[in-house]
Design a protein around this ligand. Structure first.
Ligand SMILES: [Zn+2]
Length: 104
């Protein structure tokens, strides 16, 4: 399915998008992955789990009423993972993020 990620151009709809750039660096990764392996490794296990879980819920909800909520939860989880890694890279201690979505 098509997923819009921040910074990804939306104009090219001619072919299915199967790759996008890592949320942290410029490496190309499969669309289902949030980050390249190097950066994903830095994400704590509970955050990785939250991203996986909300992504799966979002995929299932693609054409349903619950899409907006699932989208919000996925965005929350993925943003938490992205800012965690971004903080690590900048040499800061990552701040505790907003509580993770619990899922269904
Ligand atoms: Zn990366």
């Amino acid at each position: 399915m098509y997923m819009h990620q921040p910074g990804q151009p939306t104009s090219d709809r001619k072919r299915p998008i199967t790759k996008h750039r890592c949320a942290v660096c410029d490496r190309w990764v499969p669309i289902r992955l949030l980050m390249c392996g190097e950066h994903w490794r830095l994400v704590p296990a509970d955050l990785q789990l939250a991203v996986y879980r909300t992504w799966n819920a979002l995929s299932r909800a693609a054409h349903r009423m619950s899409y907006a909520r699932c989208r919000r939860e996925y965005d929350q989880a993925s943003n938490a993972a992205i800012s965690f890694v971004a903080s690590l890279i900048k040499g800061e201690t990552p701040e505790p993020e907003t509580p993770l979505p619990k899922g269904d």
